[in-house]
Design a protein around this ligand. Sequence first.
Ligand SMILES: Cc1ncc(COP(=O)(O)O)c(C=O)c1O
Length: 388
Amino acid sequence: MFSEAKRMELFSGAVFYEMTEIAKTRKSVGKPVIDLGIGSPDMPPPAMLPEVLKNALDEPGVFGYQRTEGTEAFKQEISAFLHRRYQVSVSPEEEVLVTIGAQDALAHLTLAFINPGDVVLIPDPGYPIYEVAVHLAGGIPYFLPLKEENEFLPDFKIIPHDVLKKAKMLVLNFPSNPTSAVATPEFFSEVVEFAKQHRMMVIHDAAYIELVFDGYQAPSFLQTPGAIDVGIELHSFSKTFNFAGPRLAFAAGNRQILNTLGKLKSQIDYGVFSAIQSAGAKALKNAEDFIEMNRLEYQFRRDALLSPIIESGWSVKKPLSTMFVWLKTPKNIESKQFAKNLLQETGIITVPGTGFGKEGEGYIRIALVQPVDVLNQVGKSMANFILL
Ligand SMILES: Cc1ncc(COP(=O)(O)O)c(C=O)c1O
């Protein structure tokens, strides 16, 4: 009855619909389904957080509007955390902005900076909001192909001159969803140089920076000399602390970018509920033990899934980071077809690589959101499946 705005066509989700239908049919005949599709953490947050949340409800003024940028106490804790873990110095007053999840920042940054016709460079494959946000602002996305032969890092040299002239923003995401690839400090230095040369801002989405394995430590973009002159970095509580529902993240870095984003947000949503910010502060203060435990669990899960797959001869590189495995489909089968067949035959839900962009063709993404024993069983089923 009511016609949707044209921009609603951006949110199609056709692939997910088809997968859901197959899963429903299996369930209706009593066959099991194991959902490794969406990267929604299945583990609890740090044990002290529910108590902190409850106690915070008794604080005076807790139910009032909050300042958009975040509470002083939380921003102090964010600044201390970045210094302690990454030797990054940011002013809590001007170089930190609390957001309602990283998604909030990603969806609003383009509205704050992009005019119709401006180009935004985004990764392909990449987290879908990057492209959607560019279209919402009337901008033009330019896809940076992330190729396996290039360690899934973008190659800035292939960008045409006329695109560079119109490019105002570069969005990066390392460790990466969906490829699990990581960036080197040398790559980040190249990014800073590139951004300065072409006068564009850098938005680095570091949602998975704490989910790292085998002793690897992911660098913060803000550690790069000159990074704060050109960009900001987003850190999310959703994956680092399994705190996805309360919607909590922060942006840190260039004060002009943060100030403009805050100005826009103050018209749209104001600040995060202060009880959630109190919990966030507590999580950061005691972060180290929890982060270590959480990432070890993901490492076990990665190994449990991949051991049988690797043994079967399927060529896979073990990821050093994230909660995802980015797996090449065997025999060059199209990703959508492979994901559908796998679900139909084994009940395992994955996401076809093309759900993240054209360059995702030939891959599927598996989220490590089930316990070790289930993932080991999944690995065995997948190994058997490709032998069929
Ligand atoms: C790369 C990436 N960025 C951002 C987000 C969203 O994070 P948040 O829950 O903080 O909005 C996700 C969630 O899956 C993600 O994969």
